[in-house]
Design a protein around this ligand. Structure first.
Ligand code: IFM
Length: 439
């Protein structure tokens, strides 16, 4: 494998998106409401019409298919499907059936996320993810989706980045609901993990239809934000201790929850959360890995995370460190489950860094496979420039550029799209890929 430039047969290549970031007009969720508060979104422009993907999905999938993508990750917007508690919107359901039909026509396998940061207003107003009742409501939603869409979907992703969701919304307070309380953030992580465990069993019980004919009706995982955390000053005991504590809560505790069925979350100054949840033990068919960057941790500082001094940075100031992907894959591979790269990308409006980075990320993935990790696919974040939460439209992650100020929302192909297309078509790192990355 090490000298063979190919990826395993059947490798999934594609892009990842989430509903609120691309669809436009998601007015009935808590993010839309939050965006109306002055000052919460960088640059002041909210999601608005986003990329207009709700109406243009078919043309967007045609672009992906023309680029050789054979997989696509998207999320189902809960607030569209169930805008009020217990009321299913038939038009929204029909819409997502059209989405899956379009993907099928384009020979693209869907990887479907059931919770990607947004909540229906009725969920948010009933206590949101601080309330364990939300776990029940979410399980009902998952049951509905499994029954309704199980014939079109095999790859399910229960929750996206539970730890990012919790810390941004309940610790830093920069996402809805805008709370700053570490103890509440830990409760939210625990509830999301519990929800994952519930969803895992619901999906296996309810989705019995094998959509792609490979003999497996449901593959269930979650998407973990795998951030590399290292001491800024390797010699400094407090930097090392802080990095260790953060790795523990941000990475290891999440992994432990699904491998051992024990949720055990603590950070200094916050109330520890411990739950024994047998339904979580082994509740993972694949490890969904979202990898972007490494942060250097410094103790006793107002800004505790900084990029490695002198490193190559993306437009959001995140270090571009491809070997971190190889290391994350090796770490994820320890659990003995297949790994799917559910996100990886670079915020790079001018597409100067991304083409080379894409090649380097592919190399890192290839090396991890050569080292024995069962990697099943790579979903680049993202197909289109999209609404980057509190960073607004500042982080441009798309293989295709989209300007939210352009009434036509034109898609403009970036060179990176060609790099990924060549990788996908060859299922290998070829000279043609290197050439596209180098120009
Ligand atoms: O845009 C986000 C996505 O919603 C979750 N993972 C990280 C991406 C880039 O910040």
């Amino acid at each position: 494998m090490a000298n063979d430039p190919r990826f395993p047969a059947g490798f999934l290549w594609g892009a990842a998106t989430s509903a609120h970031q691309v669809e436009g007009g998601n007015r009935r969720n808590d993010w839309w409401r939050f965006e109306q508060r002055p000052g919460v979104v960088r640059g002041g422009r909210g999601s608005g019409d986003a990329c207009g993907h709700y109406g243009r999905f078919d043309a967007d999938f045609a672009l992906a298919a023309a680029d050789g993508h054979n997989a696509h990750r998207l999320s189902l917007e809960w607030s569209r499907i169930e805008p009020d508690r217990g009321r299913i919107d038939a038009c929204a359901v029909a819409h997502y059936h059209d989405v899956f039909a379009s993907l099928k026509r384009h020979r693209i396998v869907p990887v479907v996320t059931l919770h990607h940061f947004t909540n229906p207003l009725w969920i948010a107003d009933a206590g949101g993810w601080e309330s364990r009742a939300t776990v029940d409501r979410y399980a009902d939603f998952v049951r509905f989706c499994a029954r309704e869409f199980g014939g079109e979907v095999d790859w399910w992703c229960t929750v996206n980045e539970p730890e990012v969701f919790a810390f941004r919304g309940w610790s830093e307070g920069i996402w809805p609901p805008g709370v700053r309380d570490d103890s509440r953030a830990l409760e939210v992580i625990a509830n999301q993990l519990e929800a994952h465990g519930r969803a895992f069993h619901v999906l296996h019980a309810e989705d019995r239809a094998d959509a792609d004919g490979d003999g497996i009706a449901a593959r269930v995982g979650f998407a973990k934000h795998y951030v590399q955390l290292e001491a800024l000053r390797a010699w400094h005991p407090l930097d090392r201790l802080q990095a260790l504590l953060e790795r523990r809560v941000f990475v290891e505790a999440i992994e432990q929850a699904t491998s051992e069925g024990v949720v055990d979350l603590s950070i200094p100054g916050a109330k520890r959360v411990k739950r024994v949840l047998p339904e979580l033990e082994g509740a993972l068919d694949y490890y969904g890995l979202n990898y972007y960057t490494r942060w250097r941790v410094r103790s006793l500082a107002a800004v505790p995370h900084v990029a490695t001094p002198g490193a190559l940075l993306n437009d959001l100031g995140w270090e571009v460190w491809p070997d971190g992907l190889r290391r994350a894959l090796l770490a994820a591979g320890r659990f003995g489950k297949p790994v799917l790269v559910t996100e990886n990308g670079v915020a790079d409006a001018h597409d100067t860094i991304r083409p080379g980075a894409l090649l380097a990320f592919a190399g890192a993935m290839h090396a991890a496979i050569a080292q024995g990790v069962d990697v099943r696919g790579y979903l680049h974040w993202s197909l289109l420039d999209n609404f980057e939460w509190s960073d607004g439209w500042h982080g441009r992650f798309g293989l295709y550029a989209v300007d939210p100020g352009d009434p036509a929302l034109t898609r403009t192909r970036r060179r990176s799209a060609e790099v990924l297309a060549r990788l996908a078509r060859a299922n290998a790192i070829t000279d043609a890929v290197r050439e596209a990355a180098a120009h």
